[in-house]
Design a protein around this ligand. Structure first.
Ligand code: PLP
Length: 439
């Protein structure tokens, strides 16, 4: 395991100033050990730490950097916006520009509300669903992460999985009592929940494809089933596309998998949540969906929601520039590179005799050790894997100049900037890392 002198001293300083030295738990390298790298620059497919070491980046800021870091169009748009002021606390033309781009790509969005984080988007979606239906219960799936909303922190993935927490201290039993947590991909469990509690269920919320317990592919027809059963019982179907939206396809995972036009399994969300790519690297997120539901939000409707920096002009400019530059070619490139990396990863692990499966949802993927036989269909499978293999694998890659998500429960992210040189560095790093995972 390497240490990094400047990152070491920055971490030491940070730990006296911020809990755990970080502002988001997974950044602390808790599950892989060692010193978190303090990053000072990000361009294209590369990030550079405070020691001047450059890494091929497979985190992409956890998703936003679809185009690669510091894409010239996005930087130029931000510079232009900054020249006119940082925040107005009033409506701006750019908000409607971004909303228009979202609507064109995701037709299930009839109206959109901008917020600043994915957490705010899902929190508001839950409140809105309860307000619209006058019901209390929310169904969520174990291992799905929807941000750190109290009522959704029950059996959440992401950092909660990394830290092996059942949920979070500080979330009251009364709060989680109104959340039903079910196993993902389990049709019978959902049917049973609706049989028992149907008239009280306000909404089912799910990641469009889970990517916070590692990636899990929705079973064919599972989203369509959720869409159907919620409609039948007068509940809303909230599809969280914070991770998958604008990354797996211009229309998100919904469109990637056929959406309302899918011949066999048509499905349509009532509400969708977005984050990450929508802000192009600056804090922005949104919720959108059916106009009759969205109009329950203040100032038209009775469900309150607000935000000092919502629709911030710099973030809107970055979002508009990002979605505009995200052409079909970008998606083709990211899809192809993602397959290239995951195939190479799988081949090297197989060569080193490491039992594993690659989990995919569009261009998102992750590796799960010791799961070759059954794959990963839900949180129990994800937690049952040989997670201990990831730390040595991660550090070997890091030593070879490849920056991976510092947890086995996170997806790997590619970008339009991952070129042949970046690919070569990843390929070159894999054999030693696979051997480290084998030990
Ligand atoms: N929903 C999903 C699916 C996410 O992956 C995340 C964050 O990773 C969130 C919601 C929360 O977004 P944010 O971190 O912007 O609050």
């Amino acid at each position: 395991m390497t240490t990094s002198t400047t990152s070491d001293s920055l971490y030491e300083r940070a730990r006296h100033l911020m809990p755990g030295g970080v502002n988001s738990p997974v950044r602390a390298f808790g599950s892989v050990g060692g010193t978190p790298r303090f990053l000072v620059d990000a361009h294209g497919a590369y990030v550079t730490d405070a020691d001047g070491t450059q890494y091929v980046d497979l985190v992409c800021s956890w998703g936003p950097a679809l185009l690669g870091h510091s894409h010239p169009d996005v930087i130029a748009a931000v510079h232009r916006a900054v020249d006119h002021g940082l925040t107005f606390g009033a409506s701006t033309p750019a908000e409607a520009d971004l909303a228009q781009l979202v609507k064109e790509r995701v037709p299930a969005v009839e109206l959109l509300r901008m917020v600043s984080t994915g957490t705010e988007a899902t929190m508001t979606a839950v409140r809105l669903a309860r307000g619209f239906t006058s019901r209390t219960l929310i169904v969520k799936f174990a291992g799905c992460y929807h941000g750190h909303v109290d009522s959704l922190l029950a059996a959440a993935g992401s950092g909660v999985a990394t830290l092996a927490l059942p949920g979070s201290a500080g979330v009251t039993e009364a709060t989680t009592a109104e959340t039903l947590v079910l196993p993902y991909n389990d049709v019978e469990a959902v049917e049973e929940a609706f049989r028992t509690h149907g008239e009280h269920i306000a909404a089912v919320i799910t990641e469009a494809a889970p990517a916070n317990m590692g990636v899990v592919t929705p079973a064919p027809g599972f989203n369509a089933f959720l869409s159907r059963i919620t409609t039948e019982h007068g509940a809303l179907f909230i599809v969280d596309e914070v991770m998958t939206g604008f990354r797996t396809h211009p229309g998100g995972y919904w469109k990637l998998t056929g959406g309302a036009d899918d011949a066999e399994h048509p499905w349509t969300p009532d509400l969708l949540t977005f984050g990450k790519v929508i802000g192009g690297g600056i804090p922005a997120a949104a919720l959108g969906g059916r106009a009759d539901v969205m109009n329950y939000l203040a100032p038209i409707g009775p469900v309150y929601q607000a935000g000092t920096l919502s629709g911030n002009p710099i973030a809107m400019a970055a979002g508009v520039a990002t979605l505009t530059a995200a052409t079909d070619d970008v998606y083709r490139h990211v899809d192809a590179r993602s397959l290239e990396v995951s195939d190479a990863l799988s081949a090297e692990l197989a060569r080193a005799g490491v039992d594993h499966s690659i989990q995919r949802a569009g261009n998102l993927f992750s590796v799960a050790f010791g799961t070759a036989e059954r794959g990963v269909r839900n949180y129990a499978d994800a937690q049952g894997q040989e997670a201990f293999r990831y730390g040595p694998f991660f550090h070997s890659m890091l030593d070879s100049g490849v920056y991976l998500p510092p947890s086995v429960y996170e997806a790997w992210f590619l970008s339009a900037a991952h070129d042949d040189a970046a690919m070569e560095r990843i390929q070159a790093a894999l054999p030693a890392a696979a051997k480290a995972a084998a030990e």
